[in-house]
Design a protein around this ligand. Structure first.
Ligand SMILES: [Zn+2]
Length: 215
């Protein structure tokens, strides 16, 4: 294990398991794109959840995770912050701890089809996500970007989403290359709670409710 792994230190009893703390989430309710990597969730309290959450088709509505998630409570949907026309959610299949997705509420595939307001808010939420991640977990850099179309690697191509991936020196070690696995030192629900609490406008009680995502 690289000494630069973010938050490493609980790397005992590694098991392949779910990101959910309560073990009750259905993967289809959450956001993310299966990518063939196994995840090693290093914290202890966790339960296994199998399955995939890739939508059955490209239509809007309950079959699309990014359409469905905003209807869930923040904790259940792993929502970090909500804006007027876009929101921020934990990626169920993170490349690193703190990997979030910025999505318009509207089911739209192509970046050129976003309204001016959506372009502006996706950009503003991306900036805020970077600031919050820097404050919470001190990444050394970021990867930002959108995959447009299946051919470009978009797992849920029908609903646009911008990746914000915090990076640390040495975070790409032998595990993803050889083992097709990633070691993630924190549960998604815990990461979500820390980011939501640090989001501008978050309530002092740290629940992240009533977040002013414009902040
Ligand atoms: Zn959608």
């Amino acid at each position: 294990m690289s000494t630069t792994d973010p938050g490493a230190g609980a790397a005992h009893d590694d098991v392949v398991a779910s990101p959910g703390a309560a073990g009750t989430e259905q993967p289809g309710d959450l956001a993310g794109v299966p990518d063939g990597f196994e995840r090693l969730w290093t914290p202890h309290r966790m339960a296994y959840i199998g399955g995939q959450d890739k939508p059955a088709d490209a239509h809007a509505g309950p079959g699309c995770p990014f359409c469905r998630i905003p209807s869930l409570p923040d904790e259940d949907g792993l929502v970090v912050a909500r804006g007027e026309v876009a929101y921020v959610v934990m990626n169920l299949y993170p490349y690193n701890s703190g990997h979030v997705l910025v999505c318009p509420y509207r089911h739209v595939a192509d970046y050129t089809d976003l309204t001016d307001a959506e372009v502006a808010e996706v950009a503003a939420l991306t900036q805020t996500a970077m600031r919050v991640l820097r404050a919470v977990s001190g990444p050394h850099g970021f990867n930002l970007g959108m995959n447009q179309g299946d051919v470009a690697g978009a797992g849920i191509a029908a609903h646009l989403h911008q990746h914000v991936v915090p990076r640390w020196g040495g975070d790409s070690n032998f595990l993803p290359i050889v083992g097709r696995s990633r070691a993630l030192p924190e549960l998604l629900g815990d990461t979500r709670a820390r980011l939501a609490a640090a989001w501008p406008g978050a309530q002092a009680d740290g629940t992240g409710d009533d977040v002013d995502a414009k902040g």
